[in-house]
Design a protein around this ligand. Structure first.
Ligand SMILES: [Zn+2]
Length: 76
């Protein structure tokens, strides 16, 4: 019943810098607020954000542009 899946945990918690932990939050149009202290919360802590964006970066396919050399060109 109360199966604590970390994914669930993170989906309805956000990081409150003031409380220094993940908290339940109230969502408004642009911002979410901590229910504990009323401060602005963010989706991730800074550390988690770092690793999140790092993993996004890693996932992004690198467009390798092969250098076009005009070696095949025949000029007579
Ligand atoms: Zn808080």
């Amino acid at each position: 019943m109360d199966h604590a899946d970390p994914k669930d945990f993170y989906s309805d918690r956000k990081w409150c810098p003031s409380c220094d932990r993940y908290v339940a939050y109230l969502m408004s149009v642009t911002t979410s607020y901590c229910v504990e202290c009323g401060g602005e919360v963010r989706l991730f802590s800074e550390d988690d954000w770092e690793s999140f964006s790092a993993s996004m970066e890693a996932r992004r396919p690198r467009s390798k542009r092969s250098k076009k050399t005009n070696s095949g060109r025949k000029s007579a």
